[in-house]
Design a binder for this molecule. Sequence first.
Ligand SMILES: *Cc1c(COP(=O)(O)O)cnc(C)c1O
Length: 460
Amino acid sequence: MKQVIRKNWAEPYRIKTVELLHMKTEAQRKKAIREAGYNTFLLKSEDVYIDLLTDSGTSAMSDRQWAGMMLGDEAYAGSRNFYHLEEVVRSTYGYKYLVPTHQGRGAENILSKILIKKGDIVPGNMYFTTTRLHQELAGGRFEDIIVKEAHDPNSEFPFKGNVDLDKLESLIKKHGAKKIAYVCIATSVNMAGGQPISMSNLKALRAMTKKHGIRIIHDMTRVAENAYFIQQREKGYAKKTIAEIVREICDLTDGATMSAKKDALVNIGGFLAVNDWDVFEEARNMVVVYEGLHTYGGLAGRDMEAMAIGIGESVNDDHIHARVGQVLYLGEQMLNYGIPIVKPIGGHGIFVDAKAFLPHIPQELFPAQTLAAEVYAESGVRTMERGVVSAGRKANGENYMPKLELVRFTIPRRVYTQAHMDVIAESTALVLDRRQKIKGMKMVYEPKYLRFFQARFERI
Ligand SMILES: *Cc1c(COP(=O)(O)O)cnc(C)c1O
């Protein structure tokens, strides 16, 4: 029988359990955000109505995953859930060796310590906060090799996650291949707005790195969402399944770090997976120091079981169609209201261009931080800053001044409904209506590492 391909993205599940939400009054919200130092990370979850802070660890698990939790084998060593997870990682992604970690950054820490020597260069398709920090702590220096379109919120280029191969070539020429620790490739680039890398770009990158004996390490946190865009946009992939495309991506790389809290539909978990026995051997030694024994890596057996099942669900075509479909729906609502967002609409959230939204506020006065606080005060919708605060400071103490000054509306997987999406778009439009009255902020407390999590602000 011929399979019917659904055009509509309607959810391929029904709801069995619900979590009740509460709405605070406007006065309560204003007080809450002031007390949080105008940092949405410091709000209490209780004070939030619709939580779009992150898609990390916020997904709804399926009944199958919850059933898997009951199958947890909590042995200290050799838990059967580890072997199940190992089998799923091998069959779905193709990587040979698995080291579980408590989440993505645990894997980044171990991998950076193994592969980066002091003074090494680590080119990547845009930075990610924890990834770059671990590279720097291991003595490396991140170099951005993403295409220039990625830094332009108005460019409609379909593969803004692509690598600029000329940039990489000149880095190799300048420093020599030996100084390149590896090339770090994120699929569905978070900081660029959830933008995909194309298969043809990845293939060309593979050819170039092979010639120079350089590894590609895959930040595969959102690989299934990237695969969806390849299926929709790249010639020759329309008839391939998400699972096939995911596998093809992974096969072009040498190893991966994974935050399973995103694509893989669990509340906690991650892993490091590699094809080289030597790297695996060292990682397996090191995980004992930082995470736990190599057959649990800081996770309970039940967490590994939920992850194994979640990975299977994450590469299902209907799932990913609905997942990205809901994000596209919200983006279209926002565009209808004239809200400036990063285009094309990405896979895991909507990124509002705060420079265009609040053009009268200079970047030094934190327009994205300000906008996130205003959206919360308007309606209880929690978003987060992805701009100058997130970018942090360089080794010499200067602020990084990123071109993109964004507010991220990240959509948790399988959690909110279409009516919630309407509320989010409407309330952002209300802030747009009164934007002239909004002023910037000053930072009054700045932590040393990953300052966006805990920094505090005051209104000017
Ligand atoms: C979340 C994330 C990480 C880090 O993973 P954690 O599980 O939060 O430690 C790394 N890379 C990308 C692209 C991410 O989105």
